[in-house]
Ligand binder design. Structure first.
Ligand code: ZN
Length: 159
């Protein structure tokens, strides 16, 4: 069987920055639904199309293809008294973007002089990445998985 639209693909992967530092590695294979369901980076999905079990695929991702370009407008300086309790670097808050609609996680990146710097960029925004994976299994998706747009069972949703 080959990877194609509406197949469930299970893969083991390692994610590196472009200097070769390991960022993330799967302990258990992850599953995603193939065919435009946004279950995985789009360029990775394109590279996996037509591949078979056991194939190894390496994909280089530009920042925009990975976690997005770094957006300076998502960095805000706020007065510390806007926050509850004591603030430490690394804390996360849910906030609204300027459109007032989409929610973003803001991370505290600096605290000084009663001011707090919060950054709504993904921690990996602005980074080029190397995604290295090996295909562990391929199966047809169930009708329920196609209706939900994601994988059920091992490596996927349990609900
Ligand atoms: Zn579901």
């Amino acid at each position: 069987m080959k990877i194609g639209k509406d197949t469930v693909v299970s893969l083991a992967y390692e994610l590196f920055d472009l200097d070769g530092n390991l960022i993330e590695k799967t302990s258990e294979p992850i599953g995603y639904l193939h065919g435009g369901y946004q279950g995985i980076f789009e360029v990775v999905e394109k590279s996996l199309d037509g591949k078979s079990v056991g194939d190894a695929v390496d994909v280089k991702l530009d920042p925009a293809e990975a976690f997005g370009d770094y957006d300076e407008s998502l960095v805000h300086l706020e007065p510390a008294d806007k926050f509850p309790g004591s603030i430490e670097i690394g804390m996360e808050f849910e906030g609204h973007q300027e459109d007032g609609q989409s929610k973003t996680i803001f991370r505290v990146t600096d605290v000084a002089d009663e001011k707090v710097v919060v950054d709504g960029n993904h921690p990996l925004a602005g980074l080029g990445l190397m995604f290295k994976c090996k295909i562990e299994s391929i199966r047809a998706a169930s009708a329920e998985e196609l209706a939900h747009g994601h994988v059920h069972g091992a490596g996927g949703h349990n609900h």
